[in-house]
Design a protein around this ligand. Structure first.
Ligand code: HEM
Length: 184
């Protein structure tokens, strides 16, 4: 009998509307539209830098003391792509992000890891329309899908912690939404 908690489903349902706000945002929308221009790509990276860096910092405690292949932050890839496009990160202008406990941090990690899914489609678009430009960030650093450490992390939570995980994910999405709105 599997005891797999339905947390993945809960997280998806609880953040669906927030995701829609993001993938329709004028700064990100061009990333999946044919004919994207270099300056639109650069503007999207510049805007994604702040909340990505904030969120990656907040989930770090989940992986402290671990060695070997595991969690791989992507902020350096983003910063390198942006620099090679001669862009500058926009300063973070979203709400204070505070993920207080492991459940909230797992919710935040859901947003970071989930964002790799859309990134795959974006990398394909960039490859077609801007083939000469770097795309290591959206190219996921070579990895696809949910990582091996994701199912055990989900399973580590007791159902009583689910509300915190959901709160963490919603807080993380809100950071992106509000920061992007401020950037636009
Ligand atoms: C133009 C921008 C974006 C597009 C087109 C996009 C598109 C997508 C798509 C197609 C999926 C589903 C992939 C699949 O099921 O195989 C997905 C999943 C996801 N995306 Fe995005 N995305 C975008 C931006 C973002 C951003 C900025 C974030 C977070 C900061 C994000 C977070 C997520 C999460 C958490 C999931 C996982 C949903 C789940 O299955 O539980 N996405 N995205």
């Amino acid at each position: 009998m599997t005891n797999q908690p339905p947390l993945a489903e809960l997280l998806r349902a609880a953040t669906r509307e927030q995701h829609q706000q993001l993938d329709r945002h004028p700064l990100l929308r061009p990333l999946i539209q044919p004919g994207i221009r270099a300056e639109q790509y650069s503007a999207a990276l510049a805007a994604l830098h702040g909340p990505t860096a904030e969120l990656e910092r907040q989930v770090e405690p989940l992986f402290q003391g671990q060695s070997g292949p595991g969690y791989s932050p992507r902020i350096r890839l983003l910063a390198q792509d942006l620099a090679r496009l001669h862009g500058q990160p926009r300063p973070y202008q979203g709400p204070l992000l505070k993920l207080h406990n492991p459940a909230q941090q797992i919710g935040g990690l859901y947003v970071l890891e989930g964002s790799r899914m859309g990134a795959f489609a974006i990398a394909q678009r960039l490859e077609q329309d801007l083939p000469d430009l770097p795309r290591d960030f959206f190219g996921n650093g070579g990895r696809r899908g949910w990582p091996d450490y994701w199912p055990p992390l989900l399973a580590s939570l007791d159902p009583s912690q689910y509300p915190d995980a959901i709160q963490g994910a919603q807080q993380a999405f809100e950071a992106f939404i509000q920061h992007l709105s401020a950037c636009h």
